[in-house]
Design a protein around this ligand. Structure first.
Ligand SMILES: [Cu+2]
Length: 726
């Protein structure tokens, strides 16, 4: 799989089968498939869904993709070492955006795994039509496309009921979906929920005791602040179809009652998100046309959850955002060989982030602390992309795009104006002009060469650009408490913005080769090499001004305060993936070995430091048995120890580990049962990308939680999921 290179193919059915995840094309016309990319469909998705309430986990076996730990339903995917806002992540075509100084409500947290029907990953080089304001790859997650009845006298009625139980953390949830459709119209409804207590590691990693003064007991192996509760996603869809035209309106609402974050200093105590997505797709003699408008409104609240000290008053932090977008895309078939895609996008994002005062005296009295006030970022982009099928052997895709990104934020204030700890930083920030406008010029050149039935080469070059997000530019306070609340990487440090940050510009080259049998069924081996040089990479330097102490500049075993800074970075690595059909017979079914190996390095070229959260060498080998409706997989994963760490962030090292998972499923005609045992031997391990453990105790200041404990991975869990379709 790992079409780590996105090279276009004009026909989805021409996509090769891929070693780890099958390429399943479920897109109905006129929902044109994107250029060649990695697609995850059934049955891989079904098997993953059964054991995840976090949609990012559906991506965990895609070569080149790793997951940065966060809350139980909101891991942040990384592609080749570039994560979070460096990727373009679209949910049902919408550029959904986080509204939180910790990026708790990440884009993929807004769709539950049960809704996900198709995942497309552009790991590595992305065509410009799928890029924009991002330097890593693109992840597109989609829910089910509407279905229509095939004849006028038929009414298509569908229903789905599902539920799951997971032993580790007592996870439980359900999902229901129904739709009624004629030949030209369809109405659908879906709903899903999930909850879990704190999960347990394979062994003790701290002393058992009270989570915090006046709080409940936590066992030594219990991962504090990892629970979540009251997550509900509801969606209503309407669709109209007439000949080659499809109009869809989807209205979604998500509520999260609580989500703990073991690598942040606070928890999400409420999140309400509303989505409206109106789209049109049409087929014409000259090609296809796609139009979309969408709106996302988010109200987000954070405070201390049950595993943290409450300080008698809590620490309310609120944010509210509106995110609106319009996309248009036309694909013109110039001739049998040439297709021209042109498109335009407009996005506008508004954010307020404020912290209500607490107490009638003291440093957090007496006014609202404005972390970001009247923040806005708008982006206008246009692109053109030319795909040429020169011959059955050669294909090229060449594109360019220009984006204009304007960012601004209003004046701020601290909890009061009388204390210098707030007023000095606020005055310095307010004295500056905050408006910045960046122009991005991106290009992508992708080539594919198929010299024989058993060999495919892909390669290319891309230049991509990303502007700093609002927190990177406008988080302003050098007070430790305030800076520690601004952190979306989970390393326990505090972050201070920099208004003058320049956009990151990435130059990427990538090449891959795939060998397979002529029928593309029995075996395959794919290797990809890639390198990305990032100019003005937004890394961090130690804060040595404002309220930052002299010790902050040199500490090597403590949480520290950092300021974002443009530096240059180099990321490079290799992905290897393959499959081998060991044996197949009518009586015993088929046995297939599937494997992946990922290796990535990230270096700061200005400081010679290693970049933060770069996954050590990791691999997975699975033996999959399929017979009729039965599918069983034995998965063995191994990860090397993490010794290359970011010293500016005092990133912790983690040890090597290996895990065994067993997954089994049986698909009846109208039902499905999944049973899995994850981490069969209940091994203890630290998550290499899980960040610092901050899930209990007095988490509001730098020195009240000991530095040095990474967030551990989950111990054994026995998971069961059932679903019925009718
Ligand atoms: Cu938050």
């Amino acid at each position: 799989m790992a079409a780590l290179l996105a090279v276009a193919s004009c026909d989805a059915s021409a996509q090769e089968p891929t070693p780890l995840d099958e390429v399943v094309v479920t897109a109905p016309k006129p929902d044109e498939p994107p250029p060649k990319s990695t697609r995850i469909g059934e049955p891989e998705l079904a098997a993953r869904r059964a054991s995840a309430s976090d949609s990012a986990r559906l991506l965990q076996d895609v070569p080149g993709v790793t997951l940065n730990g966060a809350g139980g339903i909101s891991s942040l995917p990384a592609i080749h070492g570039l994560a979070d806002d460096r990727l373009r992540i679209q949910v049902d075509g919408m550029d959904v955006t986080s509204a939180c100084p910790n990026h708790m409500n990440s884009p993929l947290s807004y769709i539950s795994p049960t809704q996900v029907q198709r995942v497309t990953v552009f790991a590595g080089l992305t065509p410009v039509s799928a890029g924009g304001n991002s330097i890593g790859g693109t992840i597109q997650v989609e829910s089910a496309a509407p279905e229509f009845a095939s004849s006028a006298d038929e009414l298509l009625v569908r229903g789905h009921l599902g539920g799951f139980l997971r032993s580790n953390g007592n996870g439980i949830g359900y999902d229901v979906a129904t739709s009624i459709a004629g030949t030209g119209s369809s109405v659908s409804y879906s709903e899903s929920t999930a909850r879990s207590d704190d999960y347990f590691a394979g062994d003790e990693f701290k002393a058992p005791g009270l989570a915090a003064p006046l709080r409940g007991w936590l066992d030594g192996d219990e991962v504090g602040s990892s629970a979540y509760d009251g997550t509900t996603n509801r969606n209503v869809g309407l669709a109209l179809r007439h000949e080659g035209h499809l109009l869809r309106l989807d209205l979604g609402r998500q509520n999260v009652g609580f989500e703990g974050f073991p690598n942040q200093r606070m928890d999400m105590t409420s999140n309400e998100n509303r989505l409206a997505n109106l789209r049109y797709a049409g087929q014409f003699d000259w090609g296809t046309l796609d139009l979309r408008v969408f709106d996302q409104d988010t109200r987000h609240a954070m405070d201390m959850g049950d595993d943290r000290f409450f300080y008698g008053f809590g620490m309310p932090m609120d944010s509210e955002s509106t995110n609106r977008g319009a996309h248009s895309k036309a694909s013109l078939e110039l001739s049998d060989r040439h297709t021209l895609g042109v498109g335009g996008e407009y996005l506008t994002y508004r954010l307020d982030d404020w912290w209500s005062p607490v107490g009638s005296s003291g440093s957090m009295c007496c006014e609202k602390f404005w972390n970001v006030r009247d923040g806005e970022q708008s982006r206008l982009g246009v692109y053109a992309e030319w795909q040429a099928d020169w011959s059955p052997q050669w294909l090229s895709l060449v594109g360019a795009r220009v984006d204009r990104v304007a960012s601004d934020a209003g004046d701020v204030q601290g909890y009061n104006d009388v204390m210098a700890m707030w007023s000095a930083d606020a005055a310095a920030f307010n004295a500056r002009d905050h408006r910045r406008a960046d122009t991005h010029v991106d290009v992508a050149v992708l080539l594919r060469y198929v010299p024989s039935q058993t060999l495919t080469f892909e390669g290319g070059y891309a230049r991509k650009t990303r502007s700093p997000n609002l927190y990177e530019r406008y988080a302003w306070s050098t007070s430790a408490m305030a800076a520690l609340m601004n952190n979306f990487v989970g390393d326990g440090n505090g972050y201070i913005g920099r208004v003058d940050l320049e956009p990151e510009t990435a130059h990427s080259v990538s090449a891959s080769g795939e060998l397979h049998d002529a029928e593309q069924a029995a075996w395959s081996l794919r290797a990809t090499l890639y390198a990305t040089k990032v100019n003005d990479y937004i890394d961090a330097i130690r804060c040595d001004f404002g309220q930052c102490s002299a010790a902050n500049a040199t500490a090597t075993d403590a949480f520290v305060l950092l300021q974002y800074a443009n530096q240059s970075a180099l990321l490079y690595g290799a992905d290897l993936s393959g499959h081998w059909l060991v044996t197949r017979s009518d009586r015993l079914g088929s046995f297939t070995l599937r494997g992946t190996l990922g290796w990535v390095r990230g270096e700061n070229r200005d400081t010679d430091d290693d970049l933060y959260n770069i996954m050590p060498l990791h691999g997975k080998l699975a033996l999959v048995h399929e017979l009729g409706g039965f599918r069983t997989a034995v998965e063995f994963g191994a990860v090397e120890s993490k010794t290359r760490t970011s010293s500016v962030r005092n990133e912790m090292q983690t040890g090597h580990y290996s895990l065994l998972d067993l997954r089994s499923s049986y698909a009846f005609e109208h039902a499905r049962v999944d049973v899995s045992i994850e981490n069969v031997f209940d091994r203890f391990y630290s998550l290499p990308l899980g960040g610092a453990y901050l899930g209990q105790g007095l988490s509001m200041s730098s020195f009240t939680i000991p530095w040095g404990t990474p967030v551990p991975g989950a111990g054994r869990s026995i998971n069961v999921a059932l679903s019925v379709d009718f």
